[in-house]
Structures are given as structure tokens and as C-alpha cells.
Design a protein around this ligand. Structure first.
Ligand code: ATP
Length: 269
């Protein structure tokens, strides 16, 4: 039994592994609070349980401050919960060894201005002991995947917002993740480029065995991309509902079915 995720609740214990057929991610009764310099701790998540099926695309939506990024940080191993259990591909997070198979695309692109697109992409591999040549080959393959190989030697200031976003995506794909976490990844892009990025992401997903969890405030983005929408209540974040998006793919954002689904979900979100 693993105790690491339950430090503040020693009576509770998490299983080491889940049975076969486990989801890509399971949060089980997860709570998280933050210290607030002497005041009452701030409870950000309360008893959150979420299953993310393997190979699915799941959208997290909810009011600002309800803990969506905190959930991604917990799923990525950057944070541990104060209560509850986390499983990645069926293994307790505390025992999970393959964190490099979890990609994380942050809200800001976080590109290093003094590095080329290729070197920014290769940054995702720096924790690994790979020969420089192989690192570069893999980074170039990731740039090819996002259609940016011709700009490999460009610096961030020489790239448009959409191109920078592609580099950030390439960097999060360079480790060939089986789980990709994305925090409002395309929110700063204009609608046309955002729509192109949606197509790219789904095209890439179809080529890789990958599960995607992303945060969005955009109902249309959730409808176009997601198999399931997890709606969170305002702080402390709790799951209000899990709504399937029952539309066939590909989903044309300009189609009637997508607009109907957006109209159906908008009042619920
Ligand atoms: N390290 C931290 N220390 C203290 N408080 C934190 C910390 N990280 C997050 N918080 C607080 O936790 C709450 C949830 O933050 P989080 O970023 O997860 O929300 P969110 O739903 O992603 O918000 P948004 O939609 O605005 O990005 C916020 O009130 C935030 O101020």
C-alpha cells in the first residue's frame, strides 16, 4: 500500500496498482489545500474523483480559481494531493516511474528567447541522457509533426503566436507522451489559428497512442476536441458533472451539430 498521497490522513491508504483496464488517470477523492501565511489553509480541491479513459480527450471546465490547473499539476506529478489517491496508467502516482511519458503544455508558451525552435523543443529531452545528435533528431521529428521543421533555426521573436504555440506543442510531444496535459493551450491564439491547432492536435493524436486532458474556458473548444467534459464547481473545486460529447469525428466547428451541442452545453457550463 502507498501512503505518500495520504500524509494528512494516515488512516487512508491507496492501492499500489489498479486492475487491468484502468483509466489513463484516476483521481480518487482528491483534496488539496495551500498554506496562506498564517491564515486558514486554502482548500482548493475537495474530494475530487475523475477517471480519464485511455485514449480519450477530456476537457476540464469551471470558474476561474476552481482548481483546474491544480488538477493538471497533480496529474503531472508536480503537486501531490493532501488527501486521496492518484493513479497514472493504473500505477499509484507515488510509484509511477515514467513521468517523461506525461507531456505538459502550459498556458504561456514558456519558450526560452535565446534558444532556437529546435533547441526549445529539445529542452523537453534534457532530463534524459541522450547523445546531442539523437536529441536533435527527436526534436526535429517533433517539429515536423507540428509542421514547423522549416523554422527549426528561428528564434521565438521571429515566430508568430501560432508558430510559437506549435513549438510549445512540439516540446511537450518530444518525449512521445502517452498522456498530454494542456492548460488553456490555445487561449491566446486568434480563432482561425486556434481552429487550425485543434485540427493539428487531433491529427497528431490519431498518429500516437495518447490520452489528452485539457483545461479550457471555451465551450466550442471543449465540444470540438473532447469526448467528455468535466465541469467543476467554484472553489473549493468539486466535480459538478461529467458530460459526454456524443458527436462523431471529425467535428467541423462550423457545422450545425457542433453549434447545437455548444448551445446545449453553454448554459450548463
Ligand atoms: N502554490 C499555491 N499557493 C497558494 N495558493 C495557490 C497555489 N496555487 C494555486 N493557488 C490558489 O488555488 C486556487 C486554484 O488555482 P488554480 O490555478 O488551480 O485555478 P484555475 O481553476 O486553474 O484558475 P484559472 O481558470 O483562473 O486559471 C486559486 O485561488 C489560487 O490562487
Amino acid at each position: 500500500m502507498t501512503q505518500a498521497a495520504t500524509l494528512n490522513d494516515p488512516a487512508a491508504a491507496c492501492a499500489d496498482t489498479l486492475p487491468a483496464g484502468a483509466p489513463a488517470v484516476r483521481l480518487q477523492s482528491v483534496s488539496k489545500w495551500f498554506d496562506t501565511r498564517g491564515k486558514e489553509p486554502l482548500t482548493v480541491l475537495q474530494n475530487v474523483s475523475i477517471d480519464v479513459p485511455e485514449q480519450s480527450v477530456v476537457a476540464l471546465v469551471g470558474a476561474s480559481g476552481c482548481g483546474k490547473s491544480t488538477i493538471l499539476n497533480i496529474m503531472s506529478g508536480l503537486l501531490t494531493p493532501d488527501r486521496g489517491c492518484v493513479f497514472i496508467h493504473g500505477t499509484a502516482a507515488a510509484d509511477y516511474k515514467a513521468w517523461r511519458s506525461v507531456g505538459y503544455m502550459f498556458q504561456e508558451d514558456r519558450l526560452l528567447p535565446w534558444r532556437t525552435a529546435l533547441d526549445n523543443t529539445a529542452f523537453g529531452l534534457e532530463a534524459e541522457t541522450l547523445p546531442r545528435r539523437e536529441r536533435n533528431d527527436r526534436a526535429m521529428a517533433a517539429l515536423e509533426l507540428v509542421g514547423l521543421a522549416p523554422f527549426a533555426s528561428a528564434f521565438p521573436h521571429e515566430l508568430s503566436g501560432g508558430m510559437r504555440s506549435r513549438v510549445a506543442l512540439a516540446r511537450s510531444l518530444v518525449t512521445r507522451p502517452t498522456l498530454l496535459l494542456m492548460d488553456e493551450p490555445f487561449s491566446k491564439l486568434d480563432p482561425m489559428i486556434r481552429s487550425q491547432m485543434h485540427d493539428e492536435l487531433l491529427r497528431i493524436k490519431s498518429m500516437m497512442d495518447m490520452t489528452i486532458v485539457f483545461v479550457t474556458h471555451d465551450v466550442e473548444e471543449a465540444v470540438v476536441l473532447a469526448d467528455q467534459v468535466v465541469l467543476l464547481m467554484p472553489r473549493p473545486g468539486r466535480v459538478r458533472s461529467v458530460m459526454p460529447v456524443p458527436l462523431a469525428r471529425p467535428r467541423d466547428p462550423n457545422s450545425q451539430v457542433v453549434s447545437d451541442e455548444v448551445r446545449r452545453l453553454r448554459p450548463l457550463i
